[in-house]
Design a protein around this ligand. Sequence first.
Ligand code: NAI
Length: 687
Amino acid sequence: MSQGFWTLGRENGIVELVLEVPGASANTLSRAVLLELEQHLSALTQARSEPVKGLVIRSNKPSGFAAGADIREFISLREPGAVRAQVELGHRVFNLIEALPFPTVAVIHGFCLGGGLELALACRYRVGFGDRKLAIGLPEVLLGIHPGYGGSVRSVRCIGVRQAMPLMLTGRKLKGKKAKDIGLIDRLCDDADAALTSAHELIRRQPAAHKAPILDRLFSTRPFRPFIKKPLLASVQRKVRAEHYPAPYALIDLWANFGVQGTEALRAEVDSIVRLAGTPTAANLVRLFLLQERLKSLGAADTQPAQRVHVIGAGVMGADIAAWCAQRGLQVTLQDRDSACLARGMQRAKEYFEKKIRDPAEREQALGRLRSDPSGSGIAEAECIIEAIVENLDAKRALLSSIEPKLAATAFIASNTSSIPLEEIATALRDPSRLVGLHFFNPVSLMPLVEIIHTSETSAQVLNQAIAVTQAISKLPLPCRSAPGFLVNRVLVPYMFEAMRAAREGLEFAVIDQAALDYGMPVGPIELADMVGLDVCRHVGSIVMQALGRPLPDMSELDALIAQGKLGRKTGAGLYRWENGKVVKPPAKTAREYPADLPDRLLLAMANEAVACWREGIVEDVDLIDAGLVFGSGYAPFRGGPLQAAAERGYDECITRLDTLANRYGSVFKPDLGWTSLPTSAIAGAE
Ligand code: NAI
């Protein structure tokens, strides 16, 4: 009943099983793939005629060995019984590999993640090739679960608790050299041929399988486990709460309660994963993963991304965008009308490379790709011009009309404006179809999203080019209709303004922020305002409110701070004090308790605006609204975004609550008309 996922080969008594899932860019371990593997393994153990000397498992996909379980299939399993059956299948197959009476070697390249690495860990040896392209890890925790095919146990057996736990708790990916250093792979070869030769040699020689260092084996014994559990737990508690992200806590408990010897630990892993798979956190994180994949694959597949980018404006944003593009392999020229600003921008980029790129050769190459270009000679050669000058319509219009005649025939212009309607900038161009917005978020290196702003005049080709270049620099493109505040800033404005109103009513800043932190936001709205810059908040906030015909809140205190030059983090003082880029919150005068309706005031203000954006068609659908807010503002990922959180709560309940808030706090809380026709997420498993 083979479906052709695995090809069986045999050479001198060594059997080879080669995985190649048809029609997919990467191998994933679906139920069918595992079942077929089980059949092959059973046949091998039963074959009596030709003795098997060893088994090599490898992949024929250029992208790598295996990227993990089939996520779409996994979330389609609604019933806990179905999840259990799937997990038990993985256990059965990988136990079978482990118990084979002959040596087994996984030959890995490219992606070897999650279930892929768990498969490799069930083999006696692992040989990797293509060092820098290897991406080895157990990232399940990022999906709200932990390894579930024996990986939580076998990884600790192989490399020890001190290496395996951080690997699983952070979900980070390792390159080949690092994986070799910690013993996750036994050999690291230059190419596939060398790796196969090495695998055959391991089968012939049969050295002892790699085991965790003796100290780690001691740490995994019952008496020592409580002592190691403590710092592990502390490292997780510093980052996330158990009620928000239960998986890392479950992983530590699993190890602390069952260790890694015998079959009990493996059985306990099954129970734990079945529990976690049923949590809203897992459903929401998986949905976001799929949304991320959606953003990565937007646009026309045949659009060639720009290789050369010219950035105009070497301020905070321009310099950071230029550095990011150069780091990601593009040829970049950076221009500013002010030579001192340009020099500062280049210096900023250099410091960024020094901080972020460890390999000196790579750092030099990135630096070599970025060129200071005071005269703008790069304009004619670039396929993409990014405008990041001051937020002033006349300045932007003057600049664009002056550069348009110099553009290469197929080049397009991308403005990084955060608040000026693109249509107004476009009138400066003879050909407005060449203009698009590329709205990067600050800080560029940390924020994964770029809003791609388009008007009715932006050509489809330019939109695709903008999407392609965004993807080429490893950012997530979110196409947005040109409208005040676009998506992310518009939804953030009511949230931040409501926080400031609560402050004017007498609530302490830190208490307001605490309400948002308790909900799961990475930072509270007051701290966020300081991070963005109070001047920027005020400016964008007023534009959004005015454009939407809403009354502006009392800004006198904000204006007073701005007049004193207290703009937030960038000036060392704002609503809070800042030291070395870190916020200094005053000790709370009151216990950090807040009125029961404060979380709703903040979060429903946001959800209500998100609904309005959906109704107005700012982005294509509700899924993209959530994606925008999570990837563009850090909205609590485990909640899935403002609309997913509202769906979980029930739209009717949200409307009722908004009505109550409107009675108490005014019309800003009037439920948007869109609530009554709002669909739920289109992604399976997310409801
Ligand atoms: P900035 O004030 O730090 O830098 C602007 C730079 O543009 C200055 O170096 C200035 O000398 C240069 N410049 C001004 N006019 C010029 C011209 N005609 N030709 C060449 N260079 C010129 O500004 P920032 O913060 O980098 O913002 C730039 C753009 O990015 C603005 O449109 C802003 O709205 C947008 N933006 C800003 C964000 C932020 O958090 N700062 C976030 C997202 C977008």
